[in-house]
Unconditional design. Structure first.
Length: 536
């Protein structure tokens, strides 16, 4: 396929103008390399990954942290197919990334079958728009793609890079929804009448730290936060009541409420249990919720900052105690920490607590899917919204290590701790070389019990495949990390973990701590957080 440097330049310069600072990827030749060269000429950094899924996760997380479109470049066929999981993660976590794929040109499709798949059809279900960038109105196509990533709900777009093809015409933009005067009046009535309101913050509020905190100044109203909103209100605040996941951990607080105020909550963030609470729900959002998960008393869709200002004018003097949120948070943690004494290795809760105590202020934690996420999300105290990162909507394994790369690139100078299970690390092992090559200040903490612990907990007593379905042979990840150039340390006690963490934070290079954990506490942790209503 012939390359088109002019097309590469047009795309790269448009991305730079839109605020793109970094592109991640695993390129093929030709057009991919032209684009990377054009991006670097436009002042955009390229970060080479080892596989397409980690590269796409890096791009999505970097976009999330910078609030600007971030690119991911992969080759056609197998490269495009491999990246889909990372793009799906960006889609369900509302991250503004741009996936750019080389493609068998439409002009050559009848002649070339090798690596030819319908990439636009492949990406259409997991992107806001899947289009071709080629001849014709290239600028219009690219401008629409970049605008679409940032339009609420934010999310990924896909561009097939086809110098011989015709650029996809940009569709007309949808008008931004505006709340009616009747909706605003009903909103004010419900809020004014409340005596025990509970605020629930979600992914749509991530950019509104100042507005959220201004609403709560002088108010003891408790605040629950989804995984994606954790840190919008500091965990040290008396208002912070803990996590909201659709499980049972938040039940005591919501059962005591007489009004539940959703701010930017997207039901993709929640475990799909039945909604059991009697208090009316007021939902404030930038975009309408389409899930039948629950029916709010009223859903007001519009500029969320303006809606918060409306609510602030009538926010009630509540009857909550001054530290009602804090007391709920402490009770939640007490249930979590009442774990069996470990028999062989460290308790997962102790791993998180020791790491949080040792880590410098402002350290970012990335958390993989798996049983260890239960203590990590509950016990990692945050003061800002970007201090803990997890795959929430997709809940994909293999997230934490590439997310740590993206966090370290997006937040230079910040320490990053990547919490990952042995299963998730196996999916992203090659990115240890990326961490070492870039000399990133990342400490990888591996919860190593040689099994898929969360899956094991959910197994039925019979007919479940046995250990063959959930167990691995023991791996010395410290030795593997040393082979990649990191400092690798095996840890078996609380004291060893504390010493190893302090040593890792004392130098600016990367470290991997292979922590031998006792999985016997995980069933308790799952019951404490999700109870009998767990549906996932």
């Amino acid at each position: 396929m012939s390359s088109n440097p002019d097309l590469s330049t047009t795309l790269a310069e448009a991305m730079a103008t839109a605020g793109t600072t970094t592109i991640f990827g695993m390129p093929g030749g030709g057009n991919n390399l032209d684009l990377i060269g054009a991006a670097e000429a436009a002042g955009i950094r390229f970060v080479l990954a080892h596989a397409e899924t980690p590269a796409a996760i890096m791009a999505g997380v970097h976009a999330d942290l910078t609030g600007t479109p971030t690119g991911c470049v992969v080759t056609r066929g197998p490269g495009a197919a491999s990246a889909v999981n990372g793009v799906a993660n960006a889609d369900l976590d509302r991250q503004p990334m741009v996936m750019i794929t080389d493609v068998v040109s439409a002009a050559d499709a009848e002649r070339i079958a090798h690596q030819r798949i319908d990439q636009r059809a492949l990406y259409a279900p997991v992107t806001k728009w899947s289009a071709t960038t080629g001849t014709g109105d290239v600028a219009g196509t690219v401008a629409h793609a970049l605008a679409a990533t940032m339009t609420q709900p934010r999310g990924p777009v896909h561009l097939d890079f086809d110098p011989k093809g015709e650029s996809t015409p940009a569709p007309a933009a949808d008008p931004r929804p505006e709340p009616s005067s009747a909706d605003l009046e009903r909103l004010r009535e419900l809020v004014t009448a409340a005596e025990r309101p509970v605020v629930v913050l979600g992914v749509g509020a991530r950019d509104l730290t100042d507005q959220v905190r201004a609403l709560l100044v002088g108010s003891p109203a408790p605040v629950l936060m989804t995984y994606r909103a954790k840190g919008l209100v500091p965990d040290s605040s008396p208002s912070a009541a803990g996590l909201f996941t659709g499980a049972t951990t938040e039940a005591p607080m919501l059962e005591a409420a007489d009004l539940i105020v959703f701010v930017g909550v997207d039901t993709v963030e929640l475990i799909p249990n039945d909604w059991p609470y009697a208090a009316p729900v007021v939902a404030l959002a930038e975009y309408p919720e389409t899930s039948p998960y629950l029916t709010p008393e009223i859903e007001v869709v519009g500029d969320l900052a303006k809606l918060l200002a409306e609510v602030a004018q009538v926010w009630p003097a509540t009857t909550w105690g001054a530290d009602a949120g804090r007391q709920h948070l402490l009770a939640e943690r007490a249930r979590l920490l009442d774990v069996p004494t470990p028999v062989d290795g460290l308790a997962p809760t102790a791993v998180v607590q020791i790491a949080r105590a040792a880590a410098p202020a402002g350290t970012i934690a990335t958390v993989d899917a798996g049983a260890h996420m239960l203590p990590a999300m509950c016990l990692w105290d945050t003061e800002a919204v970007d201090e803990v990162l997890i795959s929430s909507g997709l809940a994909t394994m293999g997230f934490s290590v590439p997310a740590a790369v993206a966090a370290a690139v997006a937040r230079p100078g910040r320490r990053v701790v990547a919490f990952v299970g042995d299963g998730g690390l196996g999916m992203s092992l090659g990115e240890l070389e990326t961490i070492c090559r870039l000399r990133l200040p990342i400490t990888v903490v591996v919860f190593n019990d040689s099994r898929l612990s969360l899956i094991a907990i959910k197994a039925k007593p019979e007919g479940n495949g046995g250990d063959n379905a959930i167990g691995y042979d023991e791996t010395d990840f410290a030795a593997v990390a040393t082979g990649y150039g990191l400092t690798g340390v095996r840890v078996g006690t609380d004291a060893e973990l504390d010493a190893a963490l302090h040593a890792s934070f004392a130098h600016d290079g990367p470290t991997l701590l292979d922590v031998r954990v006792d999985p016997s506490a995980y069933p308790h942790l799952l019951r404490a957080v999700r109870g009998k209503r767990d549906a996932s």
